[in-house]
Design a protein. Structure first.
Length: 248
């Protein structure tokens, strides 16, 4: 019986360590800079994009965030929401291909937004809201490469793009999916849909972001449960063999 208890204790320790390792890995994997909502209709107007920046360092705070907007498929009419404790610097660039709109031809667009002056501590995150006038309608997605600078000088480059059929890269850039335009009849127009989405973003962005986080956590817990189950079965079988061996 003593050997049996010892075996169970050892198996329990191994299972606990394995579970902790899986959960830690899941937490690291989810600590990416992301954009919310995850998708908009092509050509959507008058909406809001929220860039969520988590701090993944235990001993240093995030002090600078740079988001680069694509200029080959520009986002028009960009406005930055005032952020408590942060100062935003907006940089515009000349477009290689001007964009024709109902209000005229656009030759310049925002290419970079830099936030400084604030701090994101360990275990915390910050949401940076950016309003837009119109999204492009000639592409399926927008990639927002981001640089995250810490107080100790470290810079995390969220600039990697996943290739088709490959796993997510280590430092993925935030990606906004652009879906097909909705019907132009009634309330299904792109403008109406975007306005509704913008309102929903302002009121429920926190809940939708936490929902995404919960999905990642659930997957991590599921993997951890499988590992614990396998280790438990192995420990039980080993204990039975050990307890019967002397009698044999």
């Amino acid at each position: 019986m003593s050997a049996y208890r010892t075996t169970l204790r050892r198996a329990g320790t191994v299972a606990a360590l394995a579970t902790a390792g899986v959960l830690a890995a899941a937490g690291v994997a989810s600590a990416h800079v992301t954009v919310h909502p995850e998708s908009y209709a092509k050509g959507a107007t008058d909406g809001v994009l929220t860039f969520r920046v988590p701090n993944e360092e235990d001993k240093s705070s995030t002090t600078k965030v740079q988001v680069f907007l694509p200029t080959d498929h520009p986002v028009l009419g960009v406005l930055v929401t005032p952020q408590n404790g942060w100062t935003a610097k907006v940089t515009t660039s000349k477009l290689k291909t001007p964009v024709k709109t109902d209000d005229g031809t656009i030759t310049d667009a925002v290419s970079e937004i830099t936030w400084t002056g604030g701090r994101i501590g360990a275990g915390q995150f910050e949401d940076f809201n950016v309003a837009f006038g119109q999204l492009p309608d000639d592409t399926d997605q927008l990639t927002f490469k981001t640089l995250q600078t810490y107080a100790d000088g470290d810079v995390v480059r969220w600039i990697e793009e996943a290739a088709a059929g490959e796993d997510e890269p280590e430092n993925p850039a935030p990606v906004l999916k652009l879906t097909a335009k909705e019907s132009e009849d009634g309330d299904g127009t792109p403008a109406a849909s975007a306005s509704a989405a913008a309102t929903a973003t302002k009121t429920t962005s926190a809940s939708s972001s936490s929902g995404s986080s919960s999905d990642s956590t659930a997957r991590g817990l599921g993997v951890a449960g499988l590992i614990v189950g396998v280790l438990g079965l192995a420990a039980g079988a080993f204990a039975v063999v050990r307890s019967r061996s002397p009698r044999s």
